[in-house]
Design a protein around this ligand. Sequence first.
Ligand code: GZL
Length: 323
Amino acid sequence: MNTFRPLCLFLLAAAISCISISCNKHEASSGSGSKVVGFSQEDEESDWRTAESQSIKSEAQNRHIDLRFADAQEDQEKQIKAIRAFIAQRVNAIILAPRVETGWDQVLREAKNAKIPVVLVDRGVSAPEDLYVTLIASDFVEEGHRAADWLAKHTNGKARIVELQGTAGSAPAIDRHKGFADELAKYPDMKILASQDGDFQVSKGKEVMAAFLKSVGKENITAVYAHNDNMALGAIQAIQEAGLTPGKDIMVVSIDGIHAALQAILDGTINCVVECNPLLGPQAFDAIDDTLAGKTIPKRTVQKDELFDKSNLTPELLAKRKY
Ligand code: GZL
């Protein structure tokens, strides 16, 4: 009996099923067969954010990944449109640095339905956890705690503070305020006299600080707490233009750890910076590799942060830093 015929039919069926399976996978038109990853970045409003984008872009290059980068220029709607475009391109995975916490449920559900994993970097969202693979970010509440604790220790628990808040509705602004205020509650002689959104930008940080110096009165302020270094650098300019010495007449405590802010510690115009490490690229792509390989990864990966002041920062240490 000719057994050749059934064997051919079996091989043909096997070949067809292989072709159909491969078509179900996400193979966006990378051409080279490498992974294609969409990255929706909320903006480039600060040096920190530029460092974060650079970390993700250079890591994609190191891993020969076709990275589709979309800068939303502070507009959440543009982020949502970018994610939908990545879904239409059938990318393998999406990295999202969300501008604000809310408004993501629908588009994250669309990505999940398209079987495209989403990795959150740097900021969290209020959407259900099953709509994203993991969040890789610093602990902003802890950053606020550490800033307040440092200030309490260096003012003997007595300070009249103005607060420059980050982008309204963003996880770092919400949590850095919470962490700072929770810690301050332990010190009855430490008060926040005024608090306002400076959108993480130098120009707005300067504008808001100048307004505080007038409205609160420069003689009534002993410290400024900035949710990021760019606003702190703006505040320093306002303090100097008011004829005061930043770091002495008004103490300056900030978060991020960008080069210019650490240099300001050496110059004496900033007193303390709590780091918020932006170099998230390697961890983001490790999470994508693991999830595409079917591994279960933790919902939350906390980025390690240091704290810098005159006691531990040197020009040599600053020269070695990557951002
Ligand atoms: C923190 C990040 C914040 C930085 C700011 O993870 O979201 O946004 O602290 C940046 O400098 O603009």
